[in-house]
Design a binder for this molecule. Structure first.
Ligand code: VGL
Ligand code: ZN
Length: 222
């Protein structure tokens, strides 16, 4: 295995926001466990991009905006099936803020997604209509980046959709699974892992980033 070429690689940190951490509106079990791992992995990267789920109060993915519906129901929208969620990550709210312990001062870009009230966006690359681009693929391409490492929340939704779209954009794609946690709704975690593996997303752990003295056989950042 070769060393990671940091000039061509980016760490993508997905949605480490208060609403996805226990105590938040759409808490992911053990979500806070990703934070020290992301901080540690982040030190190896020159290029870091953070995403924020960033919805208007009238967002189409919120159950409370659909009469008679409850969180976690699934409905059909013009662009396809949509899981309805508790109201979360409302633009400007404290729940939408990045967790205070996230320590990535060198991150260059904070990308907000899901801003269109009528379209959800789990993916950091393409919205749920599968057409509307966030511009991230172009941003990475313009900077000569061909490899992405994904971390964050939730593994089976925003991380997995972002990883699949990263592959579709022709990027080498790694998911650092122990720096992610999932929601696991009706088998969504196993399904996401299957889809990622089928698409050529490589699932790795933070061990990959350990000091070469500890384990010389693994790839290290240079
Ligand atoms: C997410 C559900 C709704 C996520 C965002 O960050 O995985 N999941 N909005
Ligand atoms: Zn959302």
């Amino acid at each position: 295995m070769t060393a990671i070429d940091l000039s061509r690689s980016v760490l993508l940190v997905i949605d480490v926001q208060n609403d996805f951490i226990p105590g938040g509106a759409l808490a992911v079990n053990d979500g806070e466990a990703v934070i020290p791992r992301i901080n540690q992995v982040g030190r190896h990267f020159k290029q870091v991009v953070i995403t924020q789920d960033w919805h208007s109060a009238n967002h189409i993915s919120f159950a409370e905006n659909h009469f008679g519906r409850s969180p976690f129901d699934c409905i059909d929208l013009p662009y396809g099936p949509q899981t309805l969620w508790p109201t979360h990550c409302v633009q400007g709210s404290s729940g939408a803020e990045l967790h205070v312990d996230l320590d990535l001062p060198h991150a260059q870009l904070i990308l907000r997604k899901g801003c269109n009230s009528g379209i959800d966006s789990y993916s950091a690359f393409v919205e749920a209509d599968r057409r509307t681009s966030t511009g991230l693929a172009g941003y990475l391409k313009a900077r000569g980046i061909d490899t992405v490492y994904l971390t964050g929340l939730a593994l089976d939704f925003c991380v997995a959709w972002s990883a699949l779209d990263a592959r579709a954009a022709g990027l080498n794609t790694f998911v650092v699974v122990d720096a992610c946690r999932g929601i696991d709704l009706d088998g969504s975690l196993a399904k996401a892992v299957r889809q990622m593996q089928a698409a050529g997303v490589q699932l790795i752990t933070t061990n990959t980033f350990h000091d070469p003295q500890e384990n010389p056989s693994i790839p290290v950042a240079v």
